[in-house]
Ligand binder design. Structure first.
Ligand code: DAH
Length: 347
């Protein structure tokens, strides 16, 4: 019996050491210990033996099983180890490799300009207010002293929705809303940034949709000096402290007197260059003293109150400040263009 078991064991050992993976190990196991194996039939035969024989054969079968298991587990360990190493090798991570770049967004140049202006005016005690883009003709024109059929309406080619409703062509409409909305008729200091619309063909310097920021101050004893000081402060904060302003007489229905305001070209400082077309000055906004008719129509007594107002185009400011030559870049959302504005690559 011992020879029989020894010979099974030695052939089992050969088979075990020939195994290269877990599947073949399982095959070997059932070949030598499974139901059909010679070992199992030996175990079955033991039933017919005397108890003396059972004891000695039992010791032999036990030691067979033990030796088989030791051998089997050793080889299985080797195989598992080898597979683990292979896996580790294949899935190796080089932690010294550079990471992938994640591109983050940045603020749009128009947002930068708007926020700069808001910060500046808030620091001077102004409120930042909003108004709707779909407006009434009354707020956008009538109460701004531009009645129907007035030639000044031609200055702004407006998108009408109905006879009375339109897409606002100027943020000046928010002047009216603010004054009418202030029931106690207390002093006002506000700026209002927002989109406006005009029937225009889009090109490098025109757009049917653009941004303005309106400013309105109403109080006792407000004079042109206040307007001038405020706009000088604004120009210097935005374009540099050597910037100067000049006021040219102009016409707007809702201000009297009215002015167009130029700033010294921030590129050449006023000497004349391609940017300012050799004039040394660049026009940036319209302004003036609030017309008494407007104050009256909005419930303020022009005998007691005076005020100033201004409206500035943000695209124009952004173009000058950042040297943008085509206004359309501000609306087409090309990432290569936006990349120029503080876009940082984060690793
Ligand atoms: N609303 C004018 C425009 O769009 C700009 C303007 C001029 C605004 C004079 C004002 C102002 O508040 O006082 O052309």
């Amino acid at each position: 019996m011992k020879e029989r078991l020894d010979s099974i064991l030695s052939s089992a050992k050969e088979d075990i050491s020939a195994c290269e993976n877990e599947t073949s190990m399982n095959v070997v196991k059932s070949k030598y210990l499974g139901k059909q194996s010679e070992f199992t039939s030996i175990m079955k035969e033991m039933g017919n033996l005397s108890s003396e024989e059972k004891k000695s054969i039992g010791m032999l079968t036990n030691s067979f099983r033990n030796e088989f298991n030791v051998c089997f587990d050793k080889r299985l360990g080797e195989i598992k180890n080898r597979e683990l190493n292979k896996k580790l090798e294949n899935e190796r991570i080089d932690i010294s490799l550079p990471g992938k770049c994640i591109k983050t967004g940045s603020l749009h140049p128009l947002t930068l300009i708007r926020e700069d202006l808001e910060d500046l005016f808030v620091s001077m005690g102004y409120d930042v207010v909003e108004g709707p883009q779909v407006e009434t003709d009354d707020n956008c024109f009538e109460k701004l002293n531009i009645p129907k059929d007035h030639p000044a309406r031609d200055m702004q080619d407006t998108f009408y929705i109905t006879e009375e409703m339109l897409l606002r062509s100027q943020t000046s409409s928010v002047q009216v809303r603010t004054m009418l909305g202030n029931k106690d008729k207390t002093p006002i200091r506000m700026v209002c940034p927002g989109k406006v619309y005009r029937r225009d063909n889009d090109d490098a310097t025109h757009s049917h949709q653009f941004m303005q920021m309106e400013g309105l101050v109403v109080d006792k004893n407000i004079s042109l000096a206040d307007l001038k000081g405020t706009l000088l402060e604004m120009a210097r904060a935005l374009l540099g402290k050597n910037t100067n302003v000049r006021f040219r007489p102009s016409y707007f229905g809702f201000t009297e007197p009215s002015y167009e305001v130029d700033v010294t070209c921030f590129k050449c400082g006023g000497k004349g260059c391609a940017l300012c077309k050799n004039i040394g000055w660049i026009e940036i906004l319209g302004s003036g003293m609030v017309h008494p008719n407007v104050l009256k129509m909005c419930g303020y007594d022009p005998e007691k109150y005076t005020g100033f107002a201004f409206g500035v185009g943000l695209e124009r400011l952004a173009m000058f400040k950042y040297g943008i030559t085509d206004l359309r870049h501000l609306y087409t959302g090309d990432v290569r263009f936006l990349d120029n504005f503080n876009r940082k690559d984060v690793e």
